[in-house]
Design a protein around this ligand. Structure first.
Ligand code: DX5
Ligand code: ZN
Length: 215
């Protein structure tokens, strides 16, 4: 099973409510919430009030991507506001097992992300604690960047690891995903597909339907 996960970072915030309704009605199962702190990544996006607001009106699975230093500081608050899954970066957290353990203890799905330059071996010690591995296919911090083709080998490597020893763990990719490279990414083994610009630019409903048709 593959899951489309539109990233609201690419939404028009004037129209946020309507645009989330549109992706939901068109059948996307997940919504990707990119939280950036201006420290772990250069940019600042949005945070708790946006999650809270979207959560209240939407039944979509809220997939929170924490591009934040020391993400352990925010776990309880994110869960209180309605996160369904929380992904932290292996590069941003000194207390990974404790943080993933805490997320699970509170009944929420765990994710661990690696940047393009981080090897797959960095997630190995934590595989028992994760429900999802996120392989970044751009340098995190901005939407609308070009897919980094070298990441495809890492996607395949994580897929092999999951199939051999961690059956059921999801494999998410994030950054530069388009209808043009979707098939290649699915074939490599990704099954949670984040996409910002390719869904929110242009006809959102038609974009979501086209992605879903090809998944
Ligand atoms: C990048 C974010 C992504 C971004 C994807 O730092 O984590 O989720 O919104 O946007 P596109 O699909 O436009 O690359
Ligand atoms: Zn993201």
């Amino acid at each position: 099973m593959n899951y489309l996960c539109p990233s609201i970072l690419a939404a028009d915030f004037w129209e946020l409510g309507r645009q989330v309704e549109t992706v939901e009605k068109a059948g996307a199962p997940y919504l990707h919430i990119d939280i950036m702190d201006g420290m772990f990544v250069p940019s600042i996006s949005f945070g708790m009030p946006v999650l809270q607001c979207v959560r209240k009106r939407s039944k979509l699975f809220m997939d929170v991507h924490m591009m934040v230093a020391e993400p352990e500081r925010y776990i309880e608050e994110l869960i209180r506001l309605g996160a369904d899954g929380i992904t932290i970066h292996v590069e941003a957290c000194d207390r990974i097992p404790e943080t993933l353990g805490r997320i699970r203890e509170l009944g929420v799905k765990t994710g661990l992300a690696i940047n393009p330059e981080t090897p797959v071996s960095a997630v190995l010690p934590y595989m028992e604690l994760v429900d999802m591995v996120l392989v970044m296919t751009v340098h995190p911090g901005f939407g609308g960047q070009e897919y980094i083709i070298d990441c495809i080998d890492k996607i395949k490597e994580v897929r092999r690891l999951i199939d051999q020893s961690y059956f059921g763990v999801k494999l998410e990719i994030d950054g530069g995903v388009t209808l043009g490279n979707l098939e290649m990414n699915l074939a490599a083994g990704a099954n949670v597909i984040v996409t910002g610009s390719a869904v929110f630019k242009g006809d959102i409903e038609a974009n979501v339907r086209e992605f879903l048709k090809r998944m």
